[in-house]
Ligand binder design. Structure first.
Ligand SMILES: [Zn+2]
Length: 406
């Protein structure tokens, strides 16, 4: 069925969601046109008010949640036979593209979601659905809720309005407050096989098959990253630079230089995002606050706070972008040494970085498996240091030096 088509390699999850959507549809039909009425469950329903989608990054948590939202809003006359989620009717289509009045998709480019934003959402969740079916709220980064925000959300999840459905997404169950996850039905997505990822890149994005396979393999089943690698030349150049790092850490000077370059590249990414979004956002806010057009336009009295709030937000976003970019580089680097280890152990697994075969072989010949394991640990330690807010350059330098010793 069409709304599930973008979910790669998740047959079991699709089965469960399709069954729940069928029961949800039966509930709405039985309740009749009064959208404020609590749908009466006839027997055991596979539908429930709160869901938690977990799975490794790139497995398609948000895609699954959105597909389910669409299926809940499906109004196709054929849904009684084919099941809801045709993908073509107005309900499905507007849900998938994010314009359905009763589907709120919350995604953040910040490090955390605070109490204020969550209160707004909870208020919204109290509304009856305008279209008479379900009020669906998709929280794509439930792992970013602050503890305070989590407690605000908890009340809403505990006593949901009769037609409200919460769809929370997070990397793992541990990323969500225990009190919240115990009230959600949980679904776990798996890392899709690389062949399935390559297939969807070809089918949906029109990417040339060889490049699709290479991108899917390089990113080990992470759909979003595979797509980016296949379509964005800059991402490919960035990855190639990261994979050269293991050959450049032969001496102390090389280590420090490589570390500085990783940090600079992450800062460059943040700068690019800022250039794309910040100026426009600032101009829009100035206009909304009633500033006179042009550079000399002064802001009306009492609006400086709103401008300051935007600037803080932009700063937090820059931090997050830098962190994500650095994290991506470390992921690629870990993948490199995993391949080295596979070669050293003579294992027959598919290499993620087959396109960097020469470098892999050289590093594999020049060291033993123990050294490789130690290097992988050094990258993990760097990640943990970054999580603890150690200064990025310091953490990456320490890692680069550890990559050398061996
Ligand atoms: Zn539909």
């Amino acid at each position: 069925m069409a709304v599930w088509d973008d979910l790669v390699g998740q047959d079991r999850v699709i089965e469960q969601l399709a069954a729940a959507a069928r029961d949800a549809d039966a509930l709405v039909t039985a309740a009749g046109p009064d959208a404020s009425a609590a749908p009466e469950a006839a027997g055991a329903s596979r539908m429930t008010h709160a869901w938690l989608f977990t799975g490794p990054p790139g497995s398609g948590r948000a895609t699954a949640a959105r597909a389910f939202a669409a299926a809940l809003q499906c109004v196709s006359p054929d849904r009684a036979t084919g099941g809801p989620g045709c993908g073509f009717c107005d309900g499905c289509h507007t849900s998938l593209v994010g314009t359905h009045a009763d589907v709120e998709i919350v995604r953040t480019d910040l490090l955390s979601i605070g109490v204020k934003e969550t209160r707004d959402l909870v208020r919204r969740a109290q509304l009856s659905p305008a279209g008479g079916r379900w009020q669906v709220i998709v929280l794509e980064d439930a792992d970013r809720l602050t503890e305070g925000a989590g407690n605000v959300l908890l009340k809403a999840v505990e006593e949901p309005a009769p037609r409200t459905v919460w769809l929370l997404c997070a990397p793992s169950l541990e990323d969500v407050l225990p009190t919240i996850r115990s009230r959600c039905r949980s679904l776990t997505l798996r890392t899709p096989p690389t062949a399935a990822v390559a297939d969807i890149l070809v089918r949906r994005d029109g990417i040339e098959p060889e490049l699709a396979v290479r991108s899917a393999r390089a990113t080990q089943g992470h759909i979003g990253r595979a797509r980016r690698l296949a379509t964005d030349e800059r991402a490919r150049a960035r990855r190639a630079a990261v994979l050269k790092m293991p050959l450049r850490v032969a001496d102390m000077g090389g280590c420090l230089k490589a570390a500085q370059e990783l940090i600079d590249a992450a800062a460059e990414d943040a700068k690019q995002v800022a250039e794309e979004v910040d100026t426009k956002e600032t101009e829009e806010l100035r206009a909304a606050l009633g500033a006179a057009a042009g550079t000399g336009g002064r802001l009306p009295r009492g609006t400086a706070g709103a401008m300051k709030e935007l600037q803080d937000r932009q700063k937090r976003r820059a931090t997050r972008t830098q962190r994500d970019s650095l994290d991506l580089a470390l992921t690629d680097l870990t993948g490199f040494y995993r391949d080295v280890l596979a070669i050293q152990l003579g294992s027959r697994v598919e290499l993620a970085n087959d396109d960097a075969r020469d470098a892999l072989e050289r590093v594999a010949r020049g060291s033993g498996p123990e050294a490789t394991l130690r290097r992988i640990e050094a990258i993990t330690a760097c990640r943990q240091a970054l999580d603890r807010n150690v200064a990025p350059l310091l953490a990456v330098e320490a890692m680069a030096v550890a990559l050398r010793a061996g």
